[in-house]
Every structure is written in structure tokens, then in C-alpha cells.
Design a protein around this ligand. Structure first.
Ligand SMILES: Cc1ncc(COP(=O)(O)O)c(C=O)c1O
Length: 426
């Protein structure tokens, strides 16, 4: 028998050996210290979680407040959102009608698309998740079918969320793919001068803080016809008039060269995602619907999620949204007045409290023992020297909770807010 061959992978865009080798160690360590694998009941009245299973460090029944949850406005437990889900189920009388939307659909998801379209002043296509939408849309951009017909050079920002970075190999089968430094406008412009068409893929609002240079990119869009694909999931609802997010607030005139995906699962407080488009022809919308991968062959939003989405969209049309945003910003400001982070002063609801690799897990454990969950990030999942506790602020956190968290963070090694420490100036 001839010798059977083994495979040598190309690993041009992904490497599971490396990913799992590094990532699993991180997760194992987190779990051993009671900072991952937690199961807890949620009390919507108080926003407090109660562990249902015991652990070496956290006994069953231990209560804590989640300071690592992306429901920035707490709309996910808003009575009108819950009622909206129940009401839609009753109204449509069916949870799901399992067939590709391009063949037959009940009008539920269209109802949400119309409502969100009005909210954004845009064309909206809904999806079961932002990741699903991105996996369907980026290959269409790569082949020029979502764009002007010319295959673009696709530039993925180095920090693009994993839901976008994961699609590189698929896009690379359709066009050329490169990875740029973070928000490297000079590089993007150089590529625009060199290639007939360029598409840039990045976050509108980064998971670890910071916003995209939307205005500067809009200039490149005007000058060179650059297409930009934004994931603005972290700023939907939390930012801008009627919660339209960072990209749409700052883009001077979005047209068919700007495509934005937003999850509805963070501050919007429901499930699913919206693809926000401008100026796309009916033909292109059909291409998206038919050839956007799972946008066609997989599930639509179920009726309960649609109903919750409609209710949340209604809240976005009222002053309550502004009240919730202001409450969130007030809580962020209070936190910034207590604990130093590089993100202090921004409206972005995520803060990374710097810690050393050696102390961050122990610090996270002491914080949950004190009744607050913050997620540690540390080597090998992030570079050495950039470890920290990731804190997410929400509108529903109370002043007392924030002050208590600030106190315990300082006790476990965070730098208090205020003038820079003398050693930092040396
Ligand atoms: C920037 C960004 N995009 C997308 C997602 C995932 O969204 P979805 O659950 O709708 O796929 C996340 C979740 O962490 C995210 O941070």
C-alpha cells in the first residue's frame, strides 16, 4: 500500500492550532478561578444575578451584579420589550415558518425591517445575528456583487471583530485580501490610488473602546469611491439621536458605498441584527436576500424577537431613549471619576482597567467575591502588558453599585482616578 498523505495547511488567514492552543489555556484559567462557566439566575427587578451552581470560589446562591454585560440601556428586561415579544407571538400565532425567505415568508420580519428603516432613515435587512449577516455580505462585496461590479482589494482592519476577520478566507477566494494597521488612513488612501476599487472592513465602535474615523473615511469614499463595511454593534442605541449609532451620526451622507451591520443584541436589547443600507437598487437587495449565504438558507428572526424589536424601536422614538442614554453617560462619568482608565472621558461604555498578567485573575476573583462580575483579559489572549479587567457600564447600574465597584477595583490594584500618579510622569 502506498504511504497515505498528511495535510500541510496554508494558514494564510486562520490557524486553529494556535487559536485553541492559546485560547483554551485562557479559558481554563478563567474557569478555574470562577470567572468563566458561571451559571446564574437573573432578577430583572434588581438586575442582580444569583449563582445556581457552587464553585471553589463562588458558592451556590452567591449574588453579584454583572459589569460585563453589553445590554448598555437594560432594554432587554424592559417590560414593553418583554410584552412586545409575547404580543407578536399572539398576533402571528406562529414562532417561525421554516422556509427560505426568498420563497415564502410571513410578514413579521418585514414589519421590523420597515420600522428600523424608518428609525435609521435607511434600507434595512434583518438577520438572525450580526455574525450571520457579515458572513453573508462580505463575500458579496469581495466578488463585486455588492458594490459597483469591480472586485475590490479588501482591506481588513487589524482590529476588526472576529465576526469579520473570520470571513477573510472566504473573501480571499473571490478577491485579494490584506490586513491593515488599525485605522491606517494613509495605507487605505495609497491602496485607493493603486487599485480600481477598494473595500475597507472595520468596527464603527471597537469592542475595547474607541470609534472609527468615519468623517476621514467618508472623504476617501468621496474621492476614490472607497466602500466601507462597518460593524457598529457597540454604539447602536447607546449613541446618537434615536440611538442610530456612531457611524450614522457622523457620516455626512451615507450612500451605497457605506454598509453598516449592527447587532440588536447589545444596547438595543433584543435579538438578531440589522444591515443598514442606503441607495441600493431593488436588484442588489434581491442579490443580498438570495445569495447572502445564511441570510437566505438559514433562519429568519423568530416572531418573539421581531415583537421585542418592534417594541424597542418604539422606545427609540420616545424621550425615554434620551433619558436612558443620559443615565448611561452619567454612570460612565461616575465610574471615570473613581477609576483611571485610558478610555476615561469617552461616551463609549467599555473600560479596560489595566492590571498585570500576574495579578489580573486574582483581582477578578476578588471583585466577584465582593459582588461584581468584570471579565479579565490577559496573556496569552492579549499581548503581555495589556492585561486588564473589562468593565461595561449600563444605564440600570445604581450609584451605590458603581461606587462599591470602584472601591473594590482600587483595593485590588486599579489606579484611582485623579491627577496622574507621580511614577507615571517620570
Ligand atoms: C463588534 C461586534 N460585532 C458582532 C458581534 C456579534 O453579534 P451577533 O451576536 O449579532 O452575531 C459582537 C459580539 O460580541 C461584537 O462585539
Amino acid at each position: 500500500m502506498t504511504e497515505r498523505q498528511t495535510i500541510t495547511p496554508a494558514h494564510r488567514y486562520r490557524n486553529n492550532d494556535k487559536l485553541i492552543g492559546i485560547g483554551n489555556e485562557f479559558w481554563d484559567m478563567s474557569e478555574r478561578h470562577g470567572l468563566a462557566g458561571i451559571v446564574a439566575d437573573y432578577d430583572a427587578g434588581t438586575g442582580v444575578l444569583r449563582a445556581t451552581e457552587g464553585h471553589d470560589f463562588i458558592p451556590a446562591g452567591h449574588e453579584f451584579v454583572n459589569f460585563s454585560c453589553c445590554s448598555y440601556l437594560d432594554l432587554d428586561s424592559h417590560p414593553e420589550v418583554i410584552e412586545g415579544a409575547v404580543d407578536a407571538l399572539r398576533r402571528y400565532g406562529v414562532l417561525d415558518h421554516c422556509i427560505a425567505r426568498s420563497r415564502v415568508q410571513i410578514p413579521a420580519m418585514q414589519e421590523l425591517e420597515i420600522s428600523l428603516g424608518e428609525l435609521f432613515g435607511a434600507q434595512v435587512v434583518c438577520s438572525i445575528a450580526a455574525s450571520t449577516a457579515t458572513f453573508g455580505l462580505l463575500p458579496l462585496i469581495a466578488s463585486g456583487h455588492l458594490g459597483n461590479g469591480t472586485r475590490p482589494l479588501m482591506i481588513f482592519d487589524k482590529n476588526a471583530h472576529v465576526s469579520m476577520a473570520n470571513v477573510k478566507p472566504v473573501c480571499a477566494d473571490e478577491t485579494e485580501v490584506v490586513t491593515s494597521r488599525h485605522h491606517d488612513l494613509d495605507f487605505i488612501e495609497d491602496m485607493c490610488k493603486k487599485y480600481a476599487q477598494v473595500a475597507y472592513v472595520c468596527d464603527g465602535s471597537d469592542s475595547l473602546g474607541g470609534y472609527a474615523p468615519v468623517k476621514e473615511l467618508a472623504e476617501l469614499q468621496d474621492r476614490y469611491g472607497l466602500l466601507v463595511y462597518y460593524d457598529d454593534s457597540h454604539s447602536l442605541s447607546a449613541y446618537g439621536e434615536r440611538g442610530i449609532g456612531y457611524v450614522r451620526t457622523h457620516h455626512p451622507a451615507p450612500d451605497e458605498r457605506t454598509i453598516t451591520v449592527v447587532t440588536l443584541n447589545k444596547a438595543f436589547g433584543t435579538s438578531g441584527a440589522a444591515v443598514v443600507l442606503d441607495g441600493q437598487s431593488k436588484q442588489t437587495l434581491r442579490i443580498i436576500e438570495r445569495f447572502g449565504g445564511a441570510l437566505n438558507y438559514s433562519q429568519l428572526l423568530d416572531t418573539a424577537s421581531v415583537g421585542a424589536g418592534l417594541a424597542s424601536a418604539e422606545i427609540h422614538r420616545t424621550d425615554e431613549l434620551t433619558t436612558l442614554q443620559n443615565r448611561l453617560y452619567g454612570n460612565i462619568e461616575l465610574f471615570d471619576s473613581l477609576v483611571h482608565t485610558d478610555q476615561a472621558g469617552s461616551t463609549f461604555p467599555i473600560r479596560l482597567v489595566p492590571m498585570s498578567d500576574a495579578t489580573v485573575i486574582e483581582a477578578g476573583r476578588r471583585v466577584i467575591e465582593a459582588g461584581f462580575y468584570v471579565s479579565p483579559v490577559f496573556f496569552p489572549i492579549v499581548a503581555r502588558g495589556t492585561a486588564g479587567l473589562r468593565v461595561m457600564m449600563r444605564a440600570g447600574q445604581t450609584e451605590q453599585q458603581i461606587r462599591d465597584l470602584g472601591k473594590v477595583l482600587v483595593e485590588v490594584g486599579a489606579r484611582p482616578a485623579g491627577p496622574p500618579a507621580a511614577e507615571a510622569l517620570r
